[in-house]
Design a protein around this ligand. Structure first.
Ligand code: C2O
Ligand code: CU
Ligand code: CU
Length: 509
C-alpha cells in the first residue's frame, strides 16, 4: 500500500523532525496498523488525472485536465460520468462502505487528491506532502464515516491547486445513509447535482488563468462565463414536481448570492456536512468557494411552459472592484467582479408530473454544541486571516509543508472552540480587503456565533467544513477531535489565496 514516493517521504529528511513529535500518526494509528489489519474494500475504483479535450463551445474543443474513473470492484453505479463535461465522475457511496481508490497521475505536473469534507485518516486526506509525479499512483483506503451529504474531491498540490482545479480537476463525492433514505427525498432524475464554476475563455475556446497576474491572484481568479456542471448557459428542463438540487460552489474565488428570479424563497435542506434538522427558508443564500447547499425545489406551482432562473444577485464585495469602475476586459472578455449580478442557470418547466411529494418537516437530528461544551470555552483558539506583502497569512504565518506552531497543536479527544477572523484591512490600492472562506480538513464543525458583518444569506444551521468570512467578519466554531491523529490542513478556500500561503497545518495528537 505504500508506494516508493510515500516511502521516501517517510524516511527522507523532511520526516525526521515529525517522527520526533508525540503521537505522529505514522508511528501510532497510521501505516503500522493499516499494514497489519487487512483492508477489504466494498468498492474499489481507479481515478486518473489526465490532459483531455471537451467540446464546450461549437468549433475548437477546449483543452482541460480531467479526472476519469473506473469501477474495479463493487457496484458499477458508484461512478456516474457526466457527458461532455470537464468534471470528474460523480462518486456515490454509502456510509460505512470501505473504499479503495487508486489515483493515477497522468498530468505533466505533480498532484494529489483531497476528499473535501470527508473525515478520513491524515494519510488519506491528500495533504500536499503526498504529491505524486507523472506516472505514479497513490492508493487511498478509508471507510466512509460521514453522514449523507454532498462532498467533493479536487487536487491539492501546494502552489498549484488553483491552477489544477481551474483546469477542470474536480468532482462530486455523494454519500447516502439510512437516515436520509427514510425521508424518501427526490431521487434519480429528481436529484440533480449542480456544480457552479466561473471560467474565462479566449476566442479559441481555451481557458485563461490569471491574465492579470498578481492582481488576479490577490482577488482570486474570476471568470466571466458561469458554468454549471462544466457548461456555460446551463438549462435544466423539469416537470411539475419536487427536486433535490445539490449545489456546490466549485469556483476558485467567486461568491454567489443565490436566489430564484421570481422572488420565491429558497428552501434549504442541507449544507456542507449533510441534512439540516429541518428545512429553512431564505430569500437568498450566500455561498462561498467550496461551500455546498441543497435545495428543495418544488415546481408543482408553475404551469408547464414557465421559465425561471437561478440568479446570483448584486452584493458588495471587494471595494476596489467598484472604486475602479467597470474595466475593459482582457482578450475581448467582460470583467465580472465578485458581487456583480448574473444568471446562473435557466429552468424550463416542460412537463406535467402526477402526484405530489411533500417536504419532510423534520430532516435529521443534530446535536448542537454550546461554547460551554468545549474544553477551551474561556480561551478560544484565535486564527486571524489576512493578506500582507502579496502573501496569505494565518496568525502572521505562511504555509510551510510540515510546520506546526504551538497554537496549532490539538489534543486528541478534545472539543474545541475556535475563533476565525478575517482581519484583512485596506492597505493602499493594491491591497484591498478580501473575503476569506475558511476551510478545515478532516472535520465538520458547527458555526455557533458570527460578528462583524451580518449577512442573512449564510446557512449556519447545520454541519459545515467551510465558513465564509467577509472582511472584518469573525465566526466562532466548535469541533470535536475524536479520532484520527495526524497532520491536517486548514486554509482559505479562495484557491489562489491558499496557493499564496494562506494555509497552515494543525496537528491532532
Ligand atoms: Cu477543498 Cu484543502 O480543500
Ligand atoms: Cu478539504
Ligand atoms: Cu482568502
Amino acid at each position: 500500500m505504500i508506494n516508493r514516493r510515500q516511502f521516501l517521504y517517510l524516511t527522507g529528511a523532511g520526516a525526521v523532525n515529525l517522527l520526533n513529535m508525540n503521537g505522529w500518526p505514522f508511528t501510532s494509528a497510521g501505516i503500522a496498523s493499516s499494514e497489519k489489519d487487512e483492508f477489504f474494500p466494498d468498492l474499489e475504483l481507479s481515478l486518473t488525472a489526465t490532459p483531455s479535450e471537451v467540446q464546450i463551445f461549437p468549433g475548437q474543443p477546449t483543452t482541460v485536465w480531467q479526472y476519469t474513473g473506473q469501477v474495479i470492484k463493487g457496484d458499477s453505479n458508484s461512478l456516474q460520468h457526466l457527458e461532455q463535461s470537464y468534471l470528474g465522475p460523480i462518486i456515490r457511496v454509502r456510509q460505512h462502505q470501505k473504499v479503495r481508490i487508486h489515483f493515477k497521475n497522468n498530468l505533466p505536473a505533480r498532484s494529489i487528491v483531497h476528499w473535501h469534507g470527508l473525515h478520513v485518516p491524515a494519510k488519506m486526506d491528500g495533504h500536499p506532502m503526498y504529491v505524486i509525479h507523472t506516472g505514479e499512483t497513490f492508493t487511498y483506503e478509508f471507510e466512509v464515516l460521514n453522514r449523507a451529504g454532498t462532498y467533493w474531491y479536487h487536487p491539492h498540490p501546494h502552489g498549484r491547486t488553483g491552477h489544477q482545479v481551474y483546469g477542470g480537476l474536480a468532482g462530486l463525492f455523494l454519500v447516502s445513509d439510512a437516515e436520509e433514505e427514510k425521508l424518501n427525498l427526490p431521487s434519480d432524475r429528481q436529484d440533480i447535482p449542480l456544480v457552479i464554476q466561473d471560467r474565462a475563455f479566449n476566442p479559441d475556446n481555451q481557458l485563461i488563468y490569471l491574465p492579470r497576474g498578481m492582481h488576479d491572484s490577490m482577488t482570486g481568479m474570476l471568470g466571466d462565463s458561469i458554468c454549471v456542471n462544466g457548461k456555460p448557459d446551463f438549462k435544466l428542463s423539469v416537470s411539475t414536481s419536487a427536486y433535490r438540487l445539490r449545489i456546490l460552489n466549485g469556483s476558485n474565488s467567486r461568491i454567489y448570492k443565490l436566489a430564484w428570479s421570481d422572488g420565491t424563497p429558497l428552501t434549504v435542506i442541507a449544507t456542507d456536512g449533510g441534512l439540516l434538522e429541518k428545512p429553512i427558508q431564505k430569500k437568498y443564500v450566500v455561498l462561498g468557494p467550496a461551500e455546498r447547499v441543497e435545495l428543495w425545489a418544488d415546481f408543482s406551482k408553475y404551469p408547464v411552459g414557465t421559465s425561471l432562473e437561478l440568479v446570483s444577485k448584486y452584493f458588495e464585495a471587494a471595494m476596489h472592484e467598484r472604486a475602479m469602475g467597470p474595466r475593459r476586459g482582457m482578450m475581448g472578455r467582460i470583467d465580472l467582479p465578485n458581487g456583480a449580478p448574473f444568471s446562473v442557470l435557466k429552468i424550463d418547466v416542460t412537463r406535467r408530473a402526477k402526484g405530489i411529494r411533500s417536504l419532510p418537516q423534520r430532516l435529521s437530528a443534530i446535536e448542537r454544541y454550546q461554547p460551554q461544551d468545549t474544553d477551551n470555552a474561556d480561551n478560544p483558539r484565535q486564527f486571524s486571516f489576512f493578506m500582507r506583502h502579496m502573501q496569505g497569512l494565518i496568525n502572521g504565518r505562511t504555509f510551510r509543508m510540515q510546520e506546526v506552531a504551538a497554537d496549532e497543536r490539538i489534543r486528541l479527544n478534545s472539543t474545541e472552540l475556535w475563533e476565525l477572523a478575517n482581519d484583512d484591512r485596506p492597505m493602499g490600492m493594491m491591497m484591498m480587503p478580501m473575503p476569506h472562506p475558511v476551510h478545515l480538513h478532516g472535520k465538520q464543525f458547527q458555526v455557533i456565533e458570527r460578528s462583524g458583518v451580518l449577512h442573512s444569506g449564510y446557512v449556519d444551521e447545520g454541519w459545515k467544513d467551510t465558513v465564509l468570512l467577509m472582511p472584518g467578519e469573525r465566526a466562532k466554531i466548535v469541533t470535536h477531535f475524536t479520532d484520527y491523529a495526524g497532520l491536517f490542513l486548514y486554509h482559505c478556500h479562495i484557491l489562489e489565496h491558499g496557493d499564496m500561503g494562506m494555509m497552515r497545518n494543525y496537528l491532532v495528537s
